[in-house]
Each structure stands twice: as structure tokens, then as C-alpha cells.
Design a protein around this ligand. Structure first.
Ligand code: BEZ
Length: 219
């Protein structure tokens, strides 16, 4: 189990683009590690295809991609041909890790208790780990195998993580890039003008407390 703020564990990865140590792959980039229950499964195929389609958007944000599935690398290579044939034209260039022994699934808390392969081995749930350039875990989400993820939401979350890493703002409900942001509670009222030259709007609430403060998205 990895907690937010922990250095993400390093491990030896056997992947479709060769073997590497995970920290060497991250180097100093934002990185997403996303897991899949198994090769040649329908929901996973749609997800990996969509991620490849969105790859330019991840590149724009300087985010590296890394998938993981429980089968071996040879199986991954065969499956990639199906993924590339599905949906919009695309090529899978990001690595897919093989976790045949489930060592990583156990280490990273990704085992889905309800899903087993034909040999009765547990499958991996759909985990998403977003790791910062400092190699610390910034976000984790865990879906069951039966629920496909929304990678537009993952892009939205990256926009929020990258923005809030550099500015004293948080992003409100349903925020998308370009929308107003909330001033974080630790900013003192007397410092607002200096920190947020674009202005701060304080929303009146019955409590009279000045904690609902909006500001245009900092650049
Ligand atoms: C799928 O990817 O379609 C899937 C995998 C394991 C369990 C259920 C669905």
C-alpha cells in the first residue's frame, strides 16, 4: 500500500519496450501507472486504445504512461495488435509491464478479490497511480475490474495536480482547465492581492466566514 506523499516504490519491470527499473523510467517526469486485470479482455482493450489515442494530450502535459497487466510480455505483444486494430487509428508506444507472479499487484495493493484467471490466480484491479517528478505519489484511484476508467477525467486531474503544485489554489467541483479556482485556506486575506494579482472574489455565506474565495486560474 502506498500513501499519498510516499516515494513510489521502485521495482524491476519486465515490459513490452524492454526491462527497466521503474524509477529510471520516471526519471524526473510526471508518470501514470495504470493496471489492468488481464490481456485479451474487452474493457481493458477499450481503455488501452483510448490511452493511445490521448497520448498527444499526455505528452503536452509532459506525462509518461506505463500500463500493467498480469500476463507475460509475449502475450502483451499479441494483444497490442488487437488494441491497435480497435477504435481510432493509433500505435501503442507506451510500455505494458508483465506482472505474471502478481508481485506488483500485491505490493501496490491492486488485487481484485472478485476476479480470478482460469488457473484461479487473482487478477489486478484497475488502479491509477499518478507520480510526480519528485517520485512521490500524488493521486491514486482504484476501480474494480468490471468498471472501465474515464481517461478524460485522468487528464483533468493532471491539469489540477500540475496547477496546484505551483500555485496556492485548489480546484472546485467539476473544474476544468481555464475555470476559476479556489484560494487555499492557508492564504491570509492580507496576502491575497499580492499572491493573486488577477483578483479574488469572496462569496458571502451565512457564517460570515471568508473561506469561499475564487480567483481566475493562475498562469
Ligand atoms: C475486461 O477487461 O473486460 C474485464 C476483465 C476482468 C473482469 C471483467 C472485465
Amino acid at each position: 500500500m502506498v500513501n499519498l506523499g510516499d516515494i513510489f516504490p521502485d521495482f524491476d519491470a519486465e515490459t513490452t519496450i524492454g526491462n527497466f527499473k521503474f524509477h529510471d523510467y520516471i526519471k524526473d517526469s510526471w508518470t501514470i501507472l495504470f493496471s489492468h486485470p488481464a490481456d485479451y479482455t474487452p474493457v481493458c482493450t477499450t481503455e488501452l486504445s483510448r490511452v493511445a489515442e490521448l497520448e498527444p494530450e499526455f505528452k503536452k502535459r509532459h506525462v509518461k504512461l506505463c500500463a500493467l497487466s498480469c500476463d507475460d510480455v509475449e502475450s502483451h505483444h499479441g494483444w497490442i495488435k488487437d488494441i491497435e486494430a480497435y477504435g481510432a487509428p493509433h500505435t501503442i508506444t507506451y510500455p505494458i509491464i508483465s506482472d505474471k507472479t502478481r508481485k506488483l499487484a500485491v505490493k501496490l495493493g491492486m488485487v481484485d478479490p472478485d476476479e480470478k484467471d482460469v488457473a484461479g490466480m487473482p487478477l489486478t484491479a484497475r488502479a491509477v497511480f499518478i507520480i510526480g517528478p519528485d517520485k512521490k505519489l500524488k493521486l491514486s484511484i482504484l476501480y474494480p475490474a468490471t468498471t472501465g476508467r474515464n481517461f478524460d477525467e485522468i487528464l483533468r486531474v493532471i491539469d489540477s495536480l500540475q496547477l496546484t503544485a505551483n500555485h496556492k489554489v485548489a480546484t472546485p467541483v467539476d473544474w476544468k482547465c481555464g475555470d476559476k479556482c479556489m484560494v487555499v485556506p492557508s492564504v491570509k486575506v492580507e496576502d491575497e492581492k499580492h499572491i493573486f494579482p488577477k483578483g479574488v472574489e469572496t462569496i458571502n455565506v451565512p457564517s460570515g466566514k471568508c473561506y469561499l474565495r475564487k480567483t481566475p486560474q493562475p498562469t
